[in-house]
Design a protein around this ligand. Structure first.
Ligand code: ATP
Ligand code: FE
Length: 368
């Protein structure tokens, strides 16, 4: 059985055709990142317009590359939550027209569930496993107990780490930096941090006193912004100039985020072990989302998983950021279970805000 997956929840238009074993027969991806980098952030109406312009040929390209006709598909899976309303709307409308025309079942997909399950496409990771999802819009720790059975252990109380890094990069005017002009904020900071000295600046790790698995990044961003202002005074320049200590600021910022990710993940592992929520044999931590491609973060998390006896699994960068493959794979997983598959003529709406699974963040706090 073949599944077509369609993604349009944020700023990537993606499509892919997978078989039931998880083999990618064909895929296509159109990224809007360059456009949004120029405007200094995503403008929803611009994202919507670009999705509209590209979705038809992205889907057609995935089908052509796979050599599959719509008639051969077993189902179409599309992200319907969470994400930008205007972006989700384009993918959903296109998909519903498609399934009606070809009389195919429709599988609505939760974007974060798809990020979490991607690892199972690459390796036979058995449920339950722990998952850390870090991206431009999310930071969450959850226990995956089944395809659509998640326990939410913690999430960000303010902004997501990718968003934080993008904003700091913008404040540092990194698009003017010769080595960073085409990179996302997170990529730019990682690159510069390699040549920086993190001990030159000391940012406080947020949430140090909170005994739960939630995240917070806004306070740290304020500290970093204040430091940037001070350094501009020291160097006698205004905003818009790339500071000479930019590498050190990047290194300290990255280190502070890494510390928080490691601490909260460690707490989640301790909680799951105390409650016997993880299997004793081969317990696994899956890390995904765009920010998971950061090597420094991966290293910090490896220290934690090594110390607690967990196996760390991180999909390659191309599968960590948004793509159609992960949506098609989620469709395959749902098809195998026979769950959440709708007839082609059923009405479906999108949900910009949608939590992943059952929220037990308060229980984690009480247990500590
Ligand atoms: P979501 O998946 O929550 O809807 P999104 O689609 O914006 O959000 P992704 O495409 O998964 O997120 O990831 C993009 C984010 O990842 C950006 O904020 C970017 O700065 C960040 N990012 C990309 N590469 C790196 C890296 N090497 N280090 C840190 N952050 C990175
Ligand atoms: Fe995503």
């Amino acid at each position: 059985r073949l599944v077509l997956g369609i993604e349009s929840s944020c700023d990537d238009t993606g499509a892919a055709v997978l078989d039931e074993a998880g083999v990618v027969l064909g895929e296509s991806l159109h990224s809007q990142k360059e456009v949004h980098l120029k405007t200094g952030g995503i403008i929803p109406t611009v994202a919507q317009q670009l999705h509209r312009e590209h979705i038809a040929h992205v889907v057609q390209e995935a089908l052509t590359r796979s050599g599959v006709t719509p008639g051969q598909l077993a189902a179409v899976a599309t992200t319907v939550k969470p994400g930008l309303a205007l972006s989700l709307g384009v993918g959903l409308r296109f998909s519903l027209q498609f399934v009606r025309r070809h009389r195919k079942p429709f599988i609505p997909i939760h974007h974060m569930e798809a990020h979490a399950l991607t690892a199972r496409m690459l390796r036979p990771v058995a449920f339950p496993f722990l998952v850390l999802l870090i991206s431009g819009g999310h930071a969450l720790l959850a226990l995956a107990r089944g395809v659509n059975d998640f326990l939410l252990l913690g999430q960000t109380l303010d902004e997501a780490p990718g968003d934080t890094m993008d904003k700091i990069a913008r404040r540092l005017s990194l698009t003017k930096h010769p080595r960073c002009s085409a990179l996302s904020g997170g990529q730019a900071l990682e690159l510069l941090a390699r040549e920086g000295d993190r001990s030159k600046f000391n940012f406080k790790t947020p949430m140090g006193q909170h005994y739960d698995c939630n995240f917070s990044f806004a306070g740290m961003r304020n500290q970093v912004t204040m430091t940037i202002r001070q350094q501009e005074e020291v160097e006698g320049v205004g905003p818009g100039t790339v500071l000479s200590c930019v590498n050190d600021i990047a290194a300290a910022t990255q280190h502070t985020i890494a510390r928080q990710l490691a601490k909260r993940t460690h707490r989640a592992i301790v909680f799951c072990k105390a409650k016997a929520l993880l299997p004793t044999s081969n317990p696994t931590l899956v890390v995904s989302g765009g920010v998971a491609s950061n090597q420094y973060f991966r290293k910090a998390l490896t220290v934690i998983t090594d110390a607690t006896g967990l196996h760390l699994l991180c999909p390659p960068a191309s599968l960590c950021t948004d793509n159609g493959v992960m949506i098609a794979w989620n469709g395959v997983e749902r098809l195998r279970e026979g769950r959440g598959i709708l007839p082609f003529d059923q009405e479906v709406s999108y949900e910009p805000k949608a939590q992943l699974g059952v929220d037990i963040t308060a229980d984690v706090k009480q247990a500590n």
